[in-house]
Design a protein around this ligand. Structure first.
Ligand SMILES: [Zn+2]
Length: 283
């Protein structure tokens, strides 16, 4: 009986501890994640930051392109804005990847064309984002959309980076890249399953060669220039160094204490252990 009592006390303390950790670390972040801010970038382009992944609304004479549809209330607000701007024009949604913070709003866009990376299976998508967020078209490689004198390039990166089929969108006239979660601004990445830190590094080299990039809309965080790639690259370099040499871990992870993070699954420590596992168990 005495043992049972102690087990009960330990369990209660663990629960209380977990709740305090939730209050301190997780809740402020999830609250902040719900906040949105709108940037009227120019007459045709509206960028809505936060509320899940960052989104873009590009209005042309014939078509309205929406990049990522957010989650929860923010998804509904975004949809309202899109409908206002689109009127009777056709809506084309592009999902940068399957995660629900970028795709949950898909279900609102009845009758729209919804494009996602063609390297996913339908079952994977269903598991991640749900049946009602299912794309209508799967992009295997690359597509150029001509809008008057402007071109929008949609590119399936077609290898495991953040997920199995990350898409980037490049707006030629603005020299602007919507990078999805391949590039984040001052936020730690969620790395799970097939995510590949080496492929992130390769993408940081490859993207500026493919596109003349002046502006980046990251998957999360503020709009910036190519310095966002540099700081995100430095993050991966540092976390790799920490994974290889544990004595450097505290110093290197401390550099990123101000970045958006949730302990255990989206933090410098989580990245270090993910990279450490990949090094110890190469595929
Ligand atoms: Zn995301």
């Amino acid at each position: 009986m005495k043992v049972l009592k102690w087990i009960g006390i330990v369990l209660l303390l663990a629960l209380a501890g977990a709740y305090v950790l939730y209050l301190i670390y997780v809740r402020p972040f999830t609250q902040k994640m719900k906040e949105t801010s709108t940037v009227q970038y120019d007459k045709e382009l509206t960028i809505v930051l936060g509320g899940g992944g960052n989104s873009g609304i590009l209005v042309s004479d014939s078509l309205v392109i929406v990049i990522d549809t957010k989650m929860g209330e923010a998804a509904e607000q975004l949809y309202k804005k899109v409908k206002e701007l689109a009127g009777t024009k056709h809506i084309l949604v592009i999902n940068t990847h399957a995660h629900p913070d970028h795709t949950e709003g898909n279900k609102l866009y009845k009758g729209a064309t919804i494009i996602a990376g063609g390297s996913y299976t339908k079952d994977f998508w269903k598991g991640e984002a749900g049946e009602d967020a299912m794309p209508t078209e799967w992009l295997k490689a690359k597509m150029d959309i001509q809008l008057g004198d402007d071109t929008v390039t949609v590119l399936n990166m077609a290898k495991n980076i953040h997920t199995a089929s990350d898409i980037v969108v490049y707006l030629h006239k603005r020299k602007m890249l919507f990078a999805g979660d391949i590039i984040l601004n001052k936020q730690c990445p969620v790395l799970m399953g097939i995510a590949d830190p080496d492929a992130y590094m390769a993408a940081f080299d490859q993207l500026p060669k493919l596109f003349d990039i002046q502006k980046i809309v990251p998957g999360h965080g503020a709009i910036g220039g190519t310095e966002i790639i540099d700081s995100f690259r430095q993050y991966f370099t540092d976390m790799r160094a920490a994974a290889i040499d544990g004595t450097k871990k505290d110093e290197l992870t401390a550099k990123y204490k101000d970045w958006g993070q949730i302990p255990v699954f989206m933090s410098p420590n989580a990245t270090v252990s993910f990279i450490g596992n990949k090094i110890r168990n190469p595929q």
